[in-house]
Ligand binder design. Structure first.
Ligand SMILES: [Cu+2]
Length: 403
């Protein structure tokens, strides 16, 4: 389950709500101190001015709401520049179309700013900021100005390269959901057969494909909650998915009552796989998703709150990293044309983060359990991921300028 809003609050559990419901997040106080300084909510793209032809939309986030200004723009490249002017109840702004999240910036505590970029298609949208007095405000995209070239001649080659990325990414996501179904089936079978040790051994591996495509899965809010909701995200009676079974396996040490939960989990991952077949992406969504995965690592994975019973948190981190890199790799050939420096910086930092994660790789595809990783090592990981997230957060804006 990805973080849906807020930043870690030390020493006590924090109630938060997101797109799909109220969330309870338990955050280790020792790690929070690191996160408050090392979090990646405040990225430099917050000062985005937009490339040529890019519409910059200001969104002031407050306890009152998150109205976009202007609230009506022509179709085309756009950068949403969001600033929390002191709203303590809000920390997230999203552009949504129906139930689909097209772009979002989370973790914006008072005083922080951030941005995301998209190529906007004509239509009716909403700005959504959970917890504000008025959570939703309308946002309209009109037909673009005709006769305006969508890309400069210099970016023509890049645009052609970029146009291939969305379909390649859809295929990647599809293969991951197929893998998810294939690995969840034997996990579910072990749970239903009451084989606790076997189920435990299959748990982290079954989840990994999900974690590598989490932002995409997250855009189907209901399914994300059903598959990956954490303890406290939903009322206890309605809690389902991986983490419900995780708790039973590791705290009770049995599979009591888990047959319907296991059946539902398999059905839900199959539904996800079906829905993804007809999902389309735009290049900026790949960039936003890649950044989102890294932000989640720092904010809600390296805090040890995702796998609080199995302690397999680092498996999720590794899958998040791989998913982020997969999305970036598809954008890189186009990005390289106009931004060779940025592209190579990001490549280097992906490699560095990957090398660092390898220190925790165990035989059989497992990773060191969370409690065995020292606070200093956690800090080292956060620094590496934030060093990657910072340049990566600029890619969305660059990409909409190309396409
Ligand atoms: Cu998750």
């Amino acid at each position: 389950m990805p973080e849906t809003s807020g930043s870690p609050i030390p020493t006590r559990p924090a109630f938060r709500a997101g797109v799909s419901g109220t969330s309870l997040r338990l955050v280790a106080a020792s790690v929070s101190a690191v996160l408050l300084t090392a979090g990646c909510a405040s990225d430099k793209s917050g000062e985005a001015s937009g490339g040529p032809g890019t519409t910059v939309i200001k969104v002031v986030l407050s306890n009152e709401g998150c109205q976009a200004s202007p609230a009506k723009v022509p179709a085309g490249p756009a950068t949403f520049s969001i600033e929390n002017e002191g709203g303590s109840a809000v920390s997230e702004a999203e552009l949504v179309s129906g139930t689909k999240i097209l772009g979002e910036k989370e973790g914006l505590t008072p005083g922080l700013s951030g941005s995301f970029s998209l190529n906007l298609a004509p239509g009716d949208y909403e700005m959504y900021c959970p917890h504000a007095k008025s959570e939703r405000s309308p946002f309209t995209v009109t037909q673009g100005v005709t006769g305006q070239p969508s890309s400069t001649p210099a970016s023509g080659g890049a645009a052609a390269l970029l146009s291939k990325a969305p379909d390649q990414y859809r295929r990647y996501v599809q293969s991951k959901t197929e893998e998810l179904v294939a690995l969840t089936a034997p996990f579910v079978a072990a749970v239903k057969a009451g084989k606790v040790a076997v189920a435990k051994a299959r748990y982290a591996k079954a989840r990994a494909p999900y974690e590598s495509i989490e932002p995409v899965a997250e855009s189907f809010g209901d399914l994300d909650l059903a598959i990956d909701g954490r303890d406290g995200d939903v009322p206890a009676g309605g809690w389902s998915g991986f983490h419900r079974i995780e708790k039973q396996l590791w705290t009770a040490g049995d599979t009591t009552g888990m047959v319907p939960v296991a059946d539902k989990l398999l059905a839900d991952v199959k539904t996800l796989a079906v829905r993804i077949r007809t999902t389309t992406f735009q290049p900026a969504e790949l960039a936003n998703g890649a950044t989102e995965l890294l932000n989640e690592i720092s904010k809600t994975k390296l805090t040890g709150e995702e796998e609080r019973y199995s302690r397999t948190d680092l498996s999720d981190v590794d899958a998040n990293l791989q998913g982020s890199q997969a999305a970036f790799d598809l954008l890189a050939p186009a990005l390289e044309v106009s931004e060779p420096g940025l592209t190579s910086t990001i490549r280097t930092r992906f490699r560095d983060a990957g090398v660092l994660m390898q220190k925790y790789a165990q035989p059989g595809g497992e990773f060191t359990r969370y409690p065995a990783v020292t606070p200093a090592q956690i800090k080292e990981l956060i620094v590496a991921f934030d060093a990657l997230a910072e340049p990566l957060s600029k890619v969305g804006e660059k990409v909409v300028a190309i396409s």
